[in-house]
Design a protein around this ligand. Structure first.
Ligand code: FES
Length: 69
């Protein structure tokens, strides 16, 4: 699904950038040029960043044997 219509950036591209180490809006702007035109995608980008932070904190809180399975 397109998140940034101005730049034609999808949620998959944003998730890939986050997986590659982007952890802030500044990082996403630098990697994908999102939220640099009309800015309407900023809220959705922040939601994807927050979603990623929550899922990674859950992953680190799990016992290693659960993560590896
Ligand atoms: Fe992303 Fe306009 S929708 S800058």
């Amino acid at each position: 699904m397109y998140i940034c219509l101005c730049k034609g950036v999808t949620d998959h591209q944003i998730r890939d950038a986050i997986a590659d180490g982007a952890c802030s809006m500044r990082d996403l702007r630098a990697a994908l040029d999102v939220a640099n035109q009309c800015g309407k995608c900023g809220r959705d980008c922040k939601s994807l960043l927050a979603e990623s932070a929550v899922s990674s904190s859950h992953t680190t809180a799990m016992p290693q044997q659960w993560v590896a399975a």
